[in-house]
Design a binder for this molecule. Structure first.
Ligand code: ACO
Length: 320
């Protein structure tokens, strides 16, 4: 029993995702400052519900990505392997970028080239700075894309594996449907007279028909990459989308597909802040009439359910 156990590896622990800033001329591409490493949260869509890989001792699966262009490299290592071991690359292939390579020297060359030359694609929407430690030379930029935006389809094929790794229940979206709208977030770093870009996160949204002639915009996948979480970027992304929806006459309502707890918290916090700033909760008394909920929902392009939730939170806040 025990001897069998040592041949079983947890797939989320075995997979190492590395974001690589391959600075040309730095010589050592394993320079710690230039690599950020973390594990995926979910690998069950790839390796099955138990997230187990059989047949290896000390298995390590490395997925390296150039931090801006997301050009990628696959490699694996282990101490021992059984002849009947699970086939790793064949199992992962459908979830990995189509253009992933397994030649590490070539990957380093590509990553060094991209470090200098990669620029985000799409229409730049806005930018902001943060006062997070280490981000003194950084500006964060939003770009809006559709699948017909030049260079975006290729980039999307590289980035979509992160949805599988970090959003529970996510699936690969149909990239032939030109209705999808995608907002990308990049960090632009200015150093030594050079500007380089790192991928920070994204949100994709789908416009559904809202009778008779408007749109219900549905947020489908929303992701901030692990090294950038808990620094306010998720809220910035949410606010930038919401501002955009408010300014677009054709959009009637914003909805969210299967929000998890973290996203619901972020949504509540930002919606509450916005409604507060508009004085919506002034003189609030329970019970709140249905008409009032409908009127606030229509004015602020939120769902009735979300407005009811915000009213509830505001009433609870009053009790404190
Ligand atoms: N220092 C410390 N904490 C901070 C700072 C800061 N500078 N700035 C913000 N925070 C705190 C916020 O107050 C908030 O605290 P709380 O959790 O106690 O409420 C927390 O950090 C998160 O706020 P943000 O930083 O704005 O959010 P973040 O950038 O971490 O994004 C998200 C949140 C999207 C859930 C991210 O963690 C993520 O992508 N997770 C993995 C994927 C995922 O779960 N996506 C949502 C799935 S649902 C869907 O896709 C529709």
């Amino acid at each position: 029993m025990n001897s069998l156990k040592q041949w079983v590896t947890n797939s989320s622990e075995a997979v190492n995702i590395r974001l690589v800033k391959a600075v040309p001329g730095s010589g050592d591409d394993d320079d710690e400052d230039d690599i950020i490493e973390f594990n995926p949260d979910f690998t069950y869509p790839i390796f099955g519900e138990q997230e187990q890989i059989f047949g290896y001792k000390d298995l390590m699966i490395n997925l390296e990505f150039a931090s801006g262009s997301l050009a990628s490299c696959f490699s694996m290592g282990y101490k021992e392997k059984k002849p009947t071991a699970d086939k790793i690359y064949a199992t992962m292939k459908d979830f990995l970028p189509e253009d992933i390579i397994d030649n590490h020297d070539l990957f380093t060359q590509i990553a060094q080239r991209d470090y200098i030359s990669f620029k985000p694609m799409g229409t730049k929407v806005s930018e902001y700075r943060t006062n997070s430690e280490g981000a003194e030379n950084s500006v964060f930029e939003f770009y809006q894309c559709k699948f017909d935006t030049p260079r975006f389809l290729e980039f999307h094929k590289r980035m979509q594996c992160f949805a599988i790794f970090f959003i529970e229940g996510a699936s690969i979206i149909e990239d032939t449907d030109e209705k999808w709208e995608i907002r990308l977030l990049f960090e632009r770093v200015s150093e030594n007279g050079q500007e380089t870009y790192n991928f920070v996160g994204y949100c994709n949204m789908y416009p559904y028909f809202y009778y008779p002639d408007q749109i219900r915009m549905r947020i489908s996948q929303f992701l901030i990459m692990p090294p950038y979480q808990k620094q306010g970027h998720g809220s910035r992304l949410y606010q930038s989308l919401y501002n955009d929806f408010c300014s677009r006459k054709e959009i009637r309502e914003m909805t969210v597909e299967d929000p998890n707890e973290e996203f619901s918290d972020l949504r509540d916090k930002n919606d509450m802040k916005h409604l507060d700033s508009k004085g919506v909760f002034t003189d609030l008394q329970a019970p709140v009439k249905k008409d009032r909920i409908e009127q606030v929902a229509a004015t602020y392009k939120l769902t009735k359910r979300q407005v009811a939730r915000c009213f509830e939170l505001a009433l609870l806040r009053k009790l404190d």
